[in-house]
Design a protein around this ligand. Structure first.
Ligand code: S3P
Length: 447
């Protein structure tokens, strides 16, 4: 894929973002656990979410997608959102799949299903992933599930996929997580739905709160509070989840790419992002952008939804982000680092070690992108520092090696290079944002 420098000088662009990936995974899984018919309105078209849907089909759940209707006047805007109808006989009727469950590239699919499958007596299956997922840490989930009595085996001793799970009745546990991971927390909360007694989870604060909030919406008495930088949760199972209608708003993490595009565009360019999930934790990246001098308006548009508007380039300054802020920003670090490349001074990310465990080693790959773009960068332990200024970057060839967020970050950065850039294997953006390149083209070459 060749990405040309932006030629847009003026105009207002409305970008229809995909629905939130995290919420779609969870609503699919909750619908599959519940007995009865559930509906997901506006599910994410991300490949990762299709992976979750396919895995649930393998477990015997019926899912049917009705595509949304496009507005012919504005081909990027669907006027009727897609609907997904899910029919399940309940988690206890899931059947053991005859072939391994393919979790593809999706850490959320693998980790959340591990929690559910391990706690479902009578079910047995093997979970595997693609090369990237097979290399990501699973021991952080497996360790706690085994403490609760789970039977999970694999050649890696439980550290990596593929893993074979033989579902059992698990015991109550109390877990103190070292890593700030919403996926691990969610796996344990989902296991807790089939455990008689208290499950307590204590983890570093700042991870997304979707699982606990959605469980509460279904009548589960899941309580939590934060104390001394940690979140402490408690749930006393078992619970039978009820079918629901889930409405999914647009993905804030997808919004971040077009916000940065807007912030780096000329003053006369305005980007409007409607229908975004109004979740303070997921919008934490706005705090960093504001600290750098970027102006983004957030207009509330009803319960749980907002519109984000960004109006052209401001004077941008480097910033320093603490380790405590990282859990809420983790998926946005690649695109915020691109913003930092155009912000005067040295931007520092402290406690960025978790980036090494994502779809690729994002810490190393981000440093490579910054170098390829001709900017200074330092990596020391878990700290990443980049040097920015407001000049266009040097043209580059960059291979994100299957990492969707790095590919999109590299494409936004390329829009402000002196010459066209080459992105190898850029098709992986479909993992979270299938229409990314058509929206990018519309904004950068269409004005
Ligand atoms: C996610 C949690 C985060 C995030 C990932 C989605 C989720 O991962 O990076 O993209 O939906 O729970 P970790 O839990 O590994 O931090």
């Amino acid at each position: 894929m060749i990405v040309k420098p932006s030629t847009t000088r003026a105009g207002t662009f409305t970008v229809a973002l995909p629905a939130d990936k995290s919420l779609t995974h969870r609503s699919l899984i909750f619908a599959a656990c519940a007995k009865g018919n559930s509906t997901i309105i506006n599910p994410s078209p991300a490949r990762d979410c299709k992976t979750t849907a396919a895995a649930l089909r393998q477990l015997g759940v019926v899912l049917e997608l009705e595509s949304g209707k496009q507005d012919p006047g504005m081909p990027q805007v669907a006027c009727a959102p897609a609907r997904l109808e899910i029919v399940s006989h309940g988690q206890e009727h899931w059947r053991s799949p005859s072939v391994p469950l393919d979790c593809g590239n999706s850490g959320t699919t693998a980790r959340l299903l591990l929690g559910l499958l391990a706690a479902q007596p009578g079910l047995s299956c093997t979970c595997r992933g693609d090369a990237s997922l097979n290399d990501r840490p699973m021991g952080r989930v497996v360790r706690w599930l085994r403490q609760a009595g789970a039977s999970i085996d694999g050649e890696s001793g439980g550290e990596r996929l593929p893993l074979t799970i033989r579902g059992r009745q698990l015991r109550p546990i109390s877990c103190k997580l070292e890593t700030a991971s919403a996926q691990v927390k969610s796996a344990l909360l989902l296991a807790a739905m089939n455990i008689s007694g208290d499950v307590q989870i204590d983890l570093p604060d700042g991870t997304r709160l979707h699982t606990e909030e959605m469980l509460r919406q279904q009548g589960v008495d899941c309580t939590w509070h934060t104390h001394a930088g940690r979140q402490q949760l408690n749930v006393r199972g078992p619970y039978t989840l009820r079918p629901q209608v889930w409405h999914i708003a647009a993905d804030p993490s997808a919004a971040a790419f077009f916000i940065v595009l807007g912030l780096l565009s000329p003053r006369e360019v305005c980007i409007v992002l409607p229908g975004v999930l109004a979740d303070d934790n997921r919008l934490s990246f706005l705090r960093v952008i504001r600290a750098m001098g970027g102006k983004v308006q957030r207009r509330e548009r009803g319960v749980g939804v907002c519109e984000l508007v960004v109006q052209g380039r401001a004077q941008l300054l480097a910033t320093e982000v603490s380790a405590a802020e990282m859990p809420a920003l983790i998926d946005e670090v690649p695109i915020l680092t691109v913003l930092a490349l155009f912000s005067a001074g040295r931007t520092v990310w402290h406690g960025a070690g978790e980036l090494r465990t994502k779809e690729s080693d994002r810490l190393t790959a981000l440093a490579n992108l910054c170098r390829a773009a001709g900017r200074g960068v330092e990596v020391q332990g878990d700290t990443l520092a980049v040097y920015g200024n407001d000049a266009p970057v040097a043209p580059y060839v960059f291979d994100a090696q299957g990492d969707h967020r790095l590919s999109m970050a590299a494409a936004i950065c390329a829009s402000f290079a002196t010459q066209p850039c080459v992105l190898e294997n850029a098709a992986c953006v479909d993992i979270s944002f299938p229409n990314f390149f058509s929206h990018l083209y519309a904004v950068t070459q269409g004005g």
